[in-house]
Design a protein. Structure first.
Length: 112
């Protein structure tokens, strides 16, 4: 596959990852504010309850990474870009599962 096409795949996957990251953050904050849920990840507990920290860690920092990675891929060959695509697929799978979990939690929340 052509390098340009591979770089485009990376950019699209990174944008999707960023959107899922923001969806995860918003859903987590909503579920936590309901009082019936808690943050499972001990590293994220202080972050999701603080708006400035949440904006930085879940919004600004990932946006910078999403902006930087495509520039870095310009220096890679097809093999390197393919490895990045595989890695983003693994992370996408995790975030999709996490968002599905949020859907189930919202169902539980509204059925109470």
């Amino acid at each position: 596959m052509e390098l340009y096409a591979l770089n485009d795949i990376v950019r699209r996957r990174l944008r999707l990852l960023y959107m899922l990251n923001i969806i995860d953050w918003v859903c987590t904050v909503i579920l936590l504010s309901s009082g019936g849920f808690y943050e499972v990840n001990p590293l994220m507990r202080p972050i999701v309850t603080s708006v400035p920290l949440g904006c930085l860690i879940k919004g600004v920092l990932p946006a910078a990474i999403v902006a930087a990675i495509p520039r870095l891929t310009l220096k890679l060959d097809c093999t390197g870009i393919t490895k990045i695509i595989r890695f983003t697929n693994i992370i996408l799978t995790f975030y999709i599962a996490l968002c599905v979990n949020h859907v189930f939690n919202f169902i539980l929340l509204f059925l109470r």
